[in-house]
Design a protein around this ligand. Structure first.
Ligand code: ADP
Length: 443
C-alpha cells in the first residue's frame, strides 16, 4: 500500500512541478519579451526623433554604442549606410528583409528571427524616417527554449528535494494510517471503529465471528447429544439383552419347569422383538440424521398410508376395546414414503398405546388452509404441560415403566420430529392429562 501511495503521490508531484514550471516560465518569458520589444520600439523612436530634429549627425557611434541594441540605417533601397556593430560596406542589401519591406509600406515593421541553434532570438524593429531612409534597431536575447533549458538544473534539484520530502511524509502518513488498523481487536471489531470507511468490513467480521461462535456452539451441543445418545443406546440395548440371556440361562440350566417353558420363551421372544424394533428405530434415526440420498422423494397419498396404518393397528386397538377411526380424504404430498409411513405409524401407535381401554382414537387426513394435514386425536392419558417440550427428545418417556411395558423405544416421536424436518412439516401438540392428546402434522 505504501508503495502505491508513494507512486501516486510521486507522479502527482512530478506532474504538478513540471506543469507549474512550464506555465510560470512561459508567462514570465512572454512578459519579459513584451517589455523588451517595447524598449526596442521606444529606442528606435527616440533615435528617429533625434535624427529628424537634429539631423543625420545625431546617429553617431556614440549613440550607436550607448544602447545595448544594434542600430542600422539604410537608404530607401536597402543599402546599409550605418551599422553600430559592423562595417556598412561588408553588409548586404536589406531590401528583402520583412521588417524593411513592412516599414517601407506602413512606416514601421518588426520581426523576430531565431538563430540556427534556436538558442537565441533577435527582435528587429524598423521605422521609416521623413527622408525615406529606414532606421532599424535590433536586440538579441536568449530564446524561450534556452531559458527553459537553463532552469532545468534548478528544477531537478527542486524536484529531488520535494520527492525526498514526500517520501518521508508518505512513510509517516501511512504508518500513522495503518497503526490503528493493526491495533484492531478482531474479536470485538465494532468496539473501536477507527475509520468509518472500515465499518462495513468490520460489520462483516463481526457477523462472521457470531456465525463461527454459533457453529461452535452447535457442534458442541451436537457432540454432547451424540455422546448422550450412544450412552443411552448402550443402556437401552443392554436391558433386553440381559433379560434374554437371563431367561435363556435359566432354561439352559434346567431351572425352568417344562410347563413354564412357553412362558419363558415368550418373554425371550418379547425382549428380542423389543430389541429388534429398537435397532430398527436407531437405524432409521441415523439415516434421517445423515439425510442420506437413498431416500427418494415421490408423490405419496397420505390417506392411503393412514389406511394401511389403521389396518396394522386395528388388532392392538381391538384388544384394548379402543375405537379406531379414520376420516378425511385423499391428499398427496412429495415425500419419502417409508419415512412418512413411520412418522404416521408412530403417532397413531402412541395414541393407541397411551389410551386406556374403551377409549377412542381418531385419525384425520385431508386439507386444511391449503395444506395437507395428518392428525391423530385420542382421549387417553394425556401429557403433562411440563413434559410436552421434551417428548420429542431421544429416549425421553413420560412414564418409563409404562412405555417399556407397551414396547415403546422412546425414539418414536424423535423420528417424527426428524421426519417432519425432512418434509418441512410443522408439528403441533395439544394435550391435557386425563383428557387426551392431539398431534397434527401440517405439510
Ligand atoms: P415411546 O416409544 O416411549 O412411545 P415416543 O418417542 O413415541 O416413545 O414418545 C415419547 C413419550 O411421549 C412417550 O413415552 C409417552 O410418555 C409420551 N406420549 C407420546 N404420545 C402420547 C400420547 N398420544 N398420549 C400420551 N402420551 C404420549
Amino acid at each position: 500500500m505504501k508503495q502505491r501511495i508513494l507512486n501516486h503521490v510521486s507522479f502527482l508531484v512530478i506532474l504538478s512541478v513540471l506543469l507549474t514550471f512550464v506555465a510560470a516560465s512561459t508567462v514570465m518569458y512572454s512578459k519579459f519579451s513584451t517589455y523588451m520589444k517595447e524598449g526596442v520600439r521606444d529606442e528606435a523612436q527616440y533615435i528617429r526623433v533625434g535624427m529628424e530634429e537634429v539631423g543625420e549627425e545625431f546617429l553617431s557611434d556614440k549613440v550607436g554604442r550607448l544602447t545595448g541594441s544594434r542600430v542600422t540605417l539604410t537608404d530607401r533601397d536597402g543599402n546599409v549606410l550605418y551599422d553600430s556593430e559592423a562595417d556598412p560596406k561588408e553588409l548586404s542589401n536589406h531590401s528583402d528583409r520583412p521588417e524593411f519591406i513592412q516599414a517601407m509600406e506602413e512606416g514601421e515593421g518588426e520581426k523576430v528571427r531565431f538563430s540556427e541553434t534556436l538558442s537565441e532570438q533577435t527582435f528587429y524593429y524598423a521605422v521609416r524616417l521623413e527622408n525615406g531612409e529606414i532606421l532599424r534597431v535590433a536586440r538579441t536575447t536568449e530564446s524561450v527554449f534556452l531559458t527553459l533549458m537553463s532552469s532545468f538544473t534548478l528544477l531537478g534539484v527542486l524536484m529531488v528535494a520535494i520527492l525526498l520530502l514526500e517520501f518521508f511524509l508518505v512513510q509517516k502518513q501511512t504508518r500513522d494510517l495503518i497503526a490503528p488498523i493493526n491495533e484492531l481487536d478482531l474479536e470485538h471489531p465494532l468496539k473501536n471503529v477507527c475509520y468509518e470507511e472500515l465499518r462495513p468490513l468490520l460489520v462483516r467480521v463481526d457477523q462472521q465471528n457470531q456465525q463461527i461462535a454459533a457453529q461452535v456452539e452447535e457442534l458442541k451441543s451436537a457432540e454432547t447429544m451424540r455422546r448422550e445418545f450412544s450412552a443411552n443406546v448402550s443402556h437401552e440395548l443392554k436391558t433386553p439383552l440381559m433379560s434374554i440371556s437371563g431367561y435363556a440361562e435359566l432354561m439352559m440350566n434346567g431351572m425352568v419347569r417344562p410347563e413354564n417353558v412357553p412362558d419363558f420363551s415368550g418373554r425371550i421372544y418379547h425382549e428380542a422383538s423389543r430389541l429388534s424394533s429398537l435397532v430398527a428405530d436407531i437405524i432409521q434415526l441415523s439415516r434421517l440424521d445423515e439425510k442420506s440420498s437413498d431416500m427418494p422423494f415421490e408423490a405419496v397419498d397420505l390417506f392411503e398410508l393412514a389406511e394401511d396404518i389403521t389396518g396394522h393397528l386395528s388388532q392392538a386397538a381391538e384388544k384394548k376395546g379402543i375405537s379406531l377411526k379414520l376420516e378425511g380424504n385423499s391428499v398427496s404430498v412429495r415425500g419419502v414414503r417409508q419415512v412418512l409411513y413411520e412418522m404416521f405409524y408412530n403417532v397413531a401407535d402412541n395414541a393407541v398405546k397411551y389410551t386406556q381401554e374403551d377409549g377412542s382414537v381418531k385419525i384425520f387426513v385431508g386439507k386444511s388452509e391449503g395444506h395437507a394435514v395428518y392428525c391423530v386425536e385420542d382421549n387417553g392419558i394425556g401429557i403433562p404441560k411440563e413434559e410436552q417440550g421434551r417428548i420429542f427428545e431421544r429416549f425421553y418417556r413420560v412414564d418409563k415403566s409404562h412405555s417399556r411395558q407397551t414396547g415403546g423405544t422412546g425414539l418414536g416421536l424423535s423420528i417424527v420430529k426428524h421426519g417432519a424436518a425432512l418434509h418441512h412439516a410443522q408439528i403441533s401438540l395439544n394435550s391435557e392429562p386425563g383428557k387426551g392428546t392431539r398431534i397434527e402434522l401440517k405439510f
